[in-house]
Design a protein around this ligand. Structure first.
Ligand SMILES: *Cc1c(COP(=O)(O)O)cnc(C)c1O
Length: 363
């Protein structure tokens, strides 16, 4: 079985380094918010090209805390693309703010023109989601936010190492939000997340909120949350971060082999936005008969995943927004057509060839 979610090969590649670090942390006697977290925060900020980073418990918390630090809540609108993962939207709505969906562009990123059209008197921010490992059009999106005085947040949960014209995703916005869920390109061995920012004010606020609203121990300024990154995850993330470029390059080689080798008129291959590097968190093809292709591949022991079958505006959880089928036809068509083919670190050339041949032989 070629399993798109397999993570063991990526672990094995650097197993001795991970194991050494894990033992070091276990033996240190300090397990939450300590030396490893601080070192990781510095290294990750420097990787992204921002002044600061704060580790948090997961990607959803990063988004939630970002909007909270920006003072966005009830009565405020945040523009976000309709084809994103549900967590992007929850980061907005947990704060009581209203998500305003817009259609994605052909690269699955937020569409700049639609974004500008969706601005109302209540709009406070734009959330750009760099879906599948490819940056949104950050030149246009940044420009629109500046022009209209809006805050900009980036959801970089799928874009570790992805850049737009040489500048890393996460460094374009007021606050960039990352997840280190195990399957992400920079995944840890449990849950983890981080925010990055150039603002000392937002950094301080989020560091305070992540620890029960306490800047000084046992003195609580706000009703915060418990959203801390632990030492073990931070230590292991430091090991992986040092190899992220190599790991992303390996994914790129797999994707290039797919792009060169796949020739089937029934499928549409992903395209790379000009001026961007794709980090291939997912290799997403489109196909009118997607479900048939998925079954065909499954019968040949090739696992695939749909990211995502139901767009947020049609989820039961967001029924209260009063949206219906047909409101965002581009995003809805994507949900019916997208299919993520296996791309994982440690994928063998035999496995790559098997996937290419299977896709090419399907009719
Ligand atoms: C994974 C993901 C998140 C949430 O991250 P968690 O760590 O699972 O909470 C948010 N947005 C996107 C686009 C994601 O892919």
């Amino acid at each position: 079985m070629i399993n798109p979610g397999r993570l063991d090969r990526g672990y094995e590649k650097y197993a001795p380094e991970y194991e050494k670090k894990a033992l070091e942390v276990l033996r240190s006697g300090w397990y939450v918010l300590g030396r490893e977290v601080e070192a990781f925060e510095q290294e990750f900020a420097s990787f992204v090209g921002t002044k600061y980073c704060a580790g948090v418990a997961n990607g959803l918390d990063a988004l939630y805390l970002a909007f909270r630090a920006l003072g966005i809540g009830k009565g405020d609108e945040v523009i976000v693309q309709a084809n994103t993962y549900i967590a992007s939207v929850m980061g907005i709505t947990i704060n009581g703010a209203t998500p305003v969906f817009v259609e994605p562009d052909e690269y699955f990123g937020i569409d700049p023109e639609m974004t500008e059209k969706a601005i109302t008197g209540k709009t406070k921010a734009v959330l750009a989601v760099h879906l599948y490992g490819l940056s949104c059009d950050m030149e246009k999106i940044s420009g629109i936010c500046k022009k209209h005085g809006l805050k900009l947040v980036e959801d970089c949960a799928q874009s570790h190492g992805a850049a737009f014209e040489g500048k890393m995703t996460g460094s374009f916005s007021d606050i960039g939000c990352f997840s280190f869920y195990p399957s992400k390109n920079l995944g840890c061995f449990g849950d983890g997340g981080a925010i990055v920012t150039d603002s000392e004010e937002y950094l301080k606020k989020i560091k305070m909120l992540r620890n029960y609203g306490s800047a000084k121990r046992y003195y609580n300024d706000e009703v915060g949350v418990n959203s801390r990154l632990d030492e073990l995850q931070a230590g292991l993330l430091r090991v992986k971060l040092a190899h992220l470029e190599v790991l992303n390059r390996e994914r790129d080689e797999i994707a290039r082999a797919y792009l060169d080798g796949m020739k089937n008129p029934l499928i549409t291959l992903p395209r790379i936005r000009e001026g961007c590097n794709h980090t291939w968190h997912q290799f997403v093809i489109r196909c009118k008969k997607r479900d048939e292709l998925m079954k065909y591949l499954k019968d040949r022991d090739i696992g695939t995943i749909i990211h995502y079958p139901v767009p947020p505006h049609l989820q039961k959880a967001y029924g209260y927004l009063g949206k219906k089928k047909g409101d965002f036809p581009i995003a809805e068509e994507m949900a019916d057509e997208v299919l993520s083919l296996p791309v994982y670190n440690g994928m063998t050339s035999d496995e790559i060839r098997t996937v290419i041949n299977a896709v090419n032989n399907w009719q």
